[in-house]
Design a protein around this ligand. Structure first.
Ligand code: UTP
Length: 478
């Protein structure tokens, strides 16, 4: 990155020397404020990094396959009901609860994505998801964090990574809703980094005469952003050493899961992950694997995975069944180390249709991919972590993302999964609620995280209710 004190002229010259002089092609006709904007963007760019990515990723082609010789499924800790050691899970829960009581854990949401598949106009976290009250994703998480604070003592800090595009709108949403009852001094927003898109010739693209085609640097950019924003220092001041990482699109997530925290801490792990058993070979999630003695996540799109993901054990179970649902525990100092190690997380290339200016300054909307975006993925940190641990989690209690407008992983499937969970919790108290064969009740009900965050806390809270509410359409608890 250019030194902040670089003069515009020095910056322009450094771009020219790097073969990126086209970024300033329209400089002569820019007004002073437009020039200042372009210079500010240019100062963000690490030209050496772009040159390195061009030399590696552009020349290798978009479909270059990784060398996966020796790949094997990663070991994971099965749940007690699937053969795991109940005593080990109980010890993990106790350790996690102790850590929450001691204020060692902060919540961390990555919310900088563009959410193009959902096609919703606004930060994805503001999207309404709950079946009766229509609460937003952000409100659901806020209530889960508040509930953890009420149960265990200090309310954990909450870090939310935004993008340049949605930062202001996200902050405004929280301000309008008084932070959903959380202390605003303990809810922190910071923007993730941006990367310029390049053409297939490696030249940085312009989307306007005074603006490069910049986009978020991927959820892996969260490690650098956590460091740069001062989030890690704030945690250190508080004595918090563990970050519970989750995505903005998944309202079922147990944001502060004591068992998960406990496994991570008891194993002395720097980065831990949750897996669910894949629903079938076709499910589009990454696979936890080992490669050269390290834990890695191999994406479903990796060519070598296409056949491997269908391999089965003699029992009939999928051999590569440990699917990644993007839930991680991160050690604070591990994040700092990764953020500061320039050779840490790799970048991936994504070939995209990128609207950009042609040489005459005319905006072109391409019909086919004309350029490349560079992104980092957070799971690429796993091979760098000491003692990584992968634990099993029941899908129904941790994972139902809103990714697409329709079909799988959509608002409709997520709503149904919430309803099934609420019905399961009611059943656990002995209450009768009609459901279909998939466990879905025929009418909407809603249970606030402030009433219960899991089956055990639901049973506890239900016991204290007097009189018991009638089970009917629109029932809301908490
Ligand atoms: P997705 O892979 O679902 O991407 O992100 P997306 O950009 O949100 O959605 P599409 O692909 O355009 O439809 C998974 C999680 O990672 C975050 C997202 O906000 C989401 O929580 N993310 C993704 C970031 O925070 N920054 C990024 O650069 C990319």
């Amino acid at each position: 990155m250019a030194a902040p004190s670089s003069s515009p002229q020095t910056l322009i010259e450094s771009f020219a020397r790097a073969g990126q002089g086209q970024v300033f092609a329209f400089w002569e006709r820019l007004a002073p404020d437009a020039r200042a904007r372009l210079i500010a963007e240019a100062a963000e760019i690490d030209l050496a990094e772009i040159a390195r990515l061009n030399a590696t990723l552009l020349t290798s082609g978009s479909s270059a396959a990784a060398d996966l010789t020796g790949l094997a499924p990663a070991p994971f800790e099965p749940r007690p009901e699937n053969g795991g050691d109940p005593a080990a899970w109980a010890a993990a829960r106790a350790a996690g609860e102790a850590a929450l009581r001691a204020g060692r854990v902060a919540a961390f949401t990555v919310a900088g994505g563009q959410g193009t598949r959902l096609g919703y106009d606004g930060p994805k976290g503001t999207f309404s998801v709950t079946p009766v009250r229509g609460k937003s994703l952000f409100q659901v998480f806020a209530e889960k964090i508040l509930a953890a604070g009420r149960r265990f003592g200090p309310v954990p800090r909450w870090f939310i990574m935004t993008s340049h595009a949605n930062h202001e709108a996200t902050e405004k949403f929280f301000a309008t809703h008084q932070c959903f009852g959380l202390d605003p001094a303990r809810v922190h927003f910071f923007r993730q980094g941006r990367m310029p898109a390049v053409g297939l010739d490696g030249k940085i693209l312009l989307e306007a005469p005074a603006a490069m085609a910049l986009s978020p640097d991927g959820h892996g950019g969260s490690l650098r952003a956590l460091d740069r924003s001062g989030a890690l220092d704030l945690m250190a001041e508080d004595g918090a050493d563990t970050l519970s990482y989750f995505q903005v699109d998944n309202p079922l997530v147990r944001c502060l899961d004591a068992e998960f925290i406990g496994w991570h801490l008891l194993r002395g792990s720097e980065m831990s992950s949750k897996m669910v058993a894949k629903s079938g070979p076709e499910e589009k999630v990454g696979h936890f694997c080992t490669l050269n003695g390290q834990t890695v996540v191999i994406e479903y799109s990796e060519p070598a995975m296409q056949t491997k993901s269908a391999e089965r054990e003699p029992s009939g179970a999928l051999r590569y069944r440990a699917g990644s649902i993007a839930l991680h525990m991160l050690d604070r100092e591990f994040v700092r180390r990764m953020a500061r190690d320039g050779t840490g997380l790799p970048f991936h290339r994504a070939d995209k249709k990128i609207p950009c200016l042609d040489a005459a300054g005319k905006l072109v909307k391409p019909e086919k991919p004309n350029g490349v975006k560079f992104e980092q993925f957070v799971f690429d940190a796993l091979p760098f972590a000491k003692n990584p641990v992968v634990i099993e989690t029941p899908r129904a209690d941790d994972f139902s993302p809103v990714k697409n407008a329709d079909g799988s992983d959509s608002p409709a499937t997520c709503r149904a999964d919430q309803l099934r969970q609420f019905a399961r919790w009611l059943h656990a108290t002995g209450v009768t609620i009609p459901t279909d064969a998939t466990g879905l009740p025929p009418f909407p009900i809603e249970i606030s995280p402030l009433f219960a965050t899991d089956e055990a806390t639901f049973v506890e809270s239900w016991r204290t209710l007097s009189p018991k509410p009638k089970i009917e359409p629109g029932l809301c608890l908490g």
